[in-house]
Design a protein around this ligand. Structure first.
Ligand code: 5AD
Ligand code: SF4
Length: 514
């Protein structure tokens, strides 16, 4: 389907005030109605991904934002944060000003996350809070975008209950923001523009980056792994990689602008390049090419253990600006759990992968994601997660209680672990995570680390803070003039989640104006 056809079939207007049928909203729309379709989102077709590098604002919309302000609230992962940067870039090109207050905004977008139920509940809560504002300012536009918009049940719920919403659009068509806004201004009805099939790869989108020190760069979109608990393959579509030359150019440009750290983004970055049929070029090749760019730190997230290949390990071992920290979600330490999660590796395979990584990069810091209370998880299986955690010696983990996601295979399994048991497992796991984090930090006592100075500490404006290559937070006293620079800091105190230290010098010959 080309862009034109897709648009015709997916853009609908709905009047939220009229009485709606319980389930089938299609009866109610006069125009063609294609809501986000789980069935379509599940398909992995053979169609080629088209690459576009000609994003331009249609002259019709150039003044759309004159005298208007936008506000975007972002939920969820770095991918969403980066999508927000792109949407902010589009708003600015349309002539809008940015505001950090909802009360001041003419357009409010909620860029949503669908990964767990509590993430969704926050958004519904926020929509509730925004209703009085909408009643006060009827010209205000409220939009819902991001992963939740890709879900049928969410769109139906918004259509039915949240008539303060003016527009809903998904993750595949944020480049169509100008058209969607224009449509919303022209119409008193809710605009729904959700593409259920993944979009193409659009280059040259404008961006307003959040900072001038660290930047995110997408290397691929989507996920084909279909872990049984996960909604991402449905909300973000099939895996499609950006061309290496576009990524390299973007990273070079960031280096030239003075950025010090780039995080390469993808839901499953280790699958990078699998979809190219004209070249053999994978994440290891990309990292090898990026290594030569004069930029102090390059990292990536998130890795899947199954696709983590030997060439990548070999390249990462070359060090330099490739950081010695790998976030490698394991999810569970039990092979039988991993099997029903469809992770496509076993406990033993994970341990072997870590052995290879450590052999090549002895100093590597490993962090992970873990889910507790997946359907049928027994005490013994949970114990296996604890024992794997200790065996690997992770330095940090994001830990979650399993949350059933409608439409995923796991949602059909009986969620038979009682909530008290899930909570208790989470507590036990978190205690272990804290213990290992504190232990890893103790090793820094008296050591000299290199810190990318990001700004004033959130807790004390007289203190500077930044991160090491291994992503450890370091606080120290120093002049504000070194913000954005790399500094050598001697660690004097270690805590569970941060280090305190004394500034020694600024790296690469830069003077410290103390
Ligand atoms: N329930 C709980 N945690 C989940 N994650 C993904 N889907 C779910 C779910 N349904 C976690 C995984 C993933 C991280 C980003 O979120 O651990 O790695
Ligand atoms: Fe979700 Fe990650 Fe599994 Fe993809 S690899 S389905 S994003 S958990």
């Amino acid at each position: 389907m080309n862009e034109e056809q897709r648009l015709q079939s997916s853009q609908v207007k709905a009047s939220p005030s009229e009485k709606k049928p319980e389930k089938d909203y299609s009866q109610y729309f006069q125009s063609v109605y294609t809501p986000p379709s789980l069935k379509d989102a599940k398909k992995r077709g053979k169609e080629e991904v088209s690459y576009f590098d000609n994003f331009k604002i249609d002259p019709r919309f150039e003044n759309l934002g004159a005298g208007r302000k936008f506000y975007i609230r972002t939920y969820g992962c770095q991918m969403n944060e980066h999508d927000t940067e792109v949407m902010a870039g589009i708003f600015m090109e349309l002539g809008y000003d940015i505001t950090d207050s909802v009360n001041d905004a003419d357009v409010i977008l909620l860029n949503t996350c669908a990964i767990r139920e509590n993430a969704e509940n926050k958004v519904f809560g926020e929509l509730g809070h925004l209703k009085p504002l909408k009643l006060e300012k009827p010209d205000l536009l409220i939009g819902v975008c991001g992963c939740m918009s890709q879900e049928e049940s969410v769109v139906n719920k918004i259509l039915k209950t949240y008539d303060q919403v003016d527009m809903i659009f998904g993750t595949h068509n944020i480049h169509r923001l100008p058209e969607i806004l224009n449509e919303a201004y022209m119409s008193k009805e809710m605009v729904v523009d959700v593409w259920s099939k993944e979009g193409d790869v659009i280059e040259n989108l404008p961006k307003v980056r959040k900072g001038q020190i660290k930047a995110w760069v997408n290397i691929m979109y989507g996920c084909d792994k279909f872990c049984t608990y996960c909604i991402v393959p449905y909300t973000r579509g099939k895996e499609r990689s950006r061309r290496p030359e576009d990524i390299i150019q973007e990273v070079r440009h960031l280096a030239a602008q003075g950025y010090k750290e780039v995080t390469l983004l993808g839901q499953n970055v280790n699958a990078y390049g699998k979809d190219f049929d004209d070249i053999t070029y994978r994440l290891g090749d990309l990292m090898d090419d990026l290594r030569s760019i004069d930029l102090p730190r390059i990292r990536f997230t998130t890795s899947h253990p199954r696709d983590f290949d030997d060439h990548l390990i070999e390249v990462l071992a070359k060090g330099g600006n490739l950081v010695d920290h790998i976030h490698l979600p394991v999810q569970s330490g039990s092979t039988s759990m991993l099997k029903i999660m469809a992770r496509k590796y076993s406990r033993e395979h994970y341990i072997e992968l870590v052995r290879k990584i450590r052999e090549a990069i002895p100093n590597v810091s490993l962090t992970t994601d873990i889910i507790v209370g997946f359907p049928n998880e027994t005490d013994e299986q949970f114990e296996e997660t604890l024992s794997l955690y200790k065996e690997i010696g992770f330095e940090m983990a994001f830990t979650y209680i399993y949350s059933p996601r409608e439409g995923t295979p796991a949602a059909k399994m009986v969620d038979n672990v009682p909530m008290e048991v899930k909570k208790e497992r989470l507590q036990r796991l978190n205690a272990l995570v804290n213990e290992y984090a504190a232990e890893a930090m103790k090793a820094y006592d008296g050591k000299i680390v290199e810190v990318l100075v990001e700004g004033e500490s959130k807790k004390n404006p007289d203190v500077l803070s930044g991160y090491t290559a291994k992503n450890k937070l370091v606080n120290f006293v120093g002049p504000k003039s070194i913000i954005g620079k790399l500094a050598k800091v001697k660690i004097t105190t270690t805590k569970t989640w941060s280090l305190n230290g004394e500034l020694l010098e600024v790296v690469s010959g830069q003077e410290v104006g103390v």
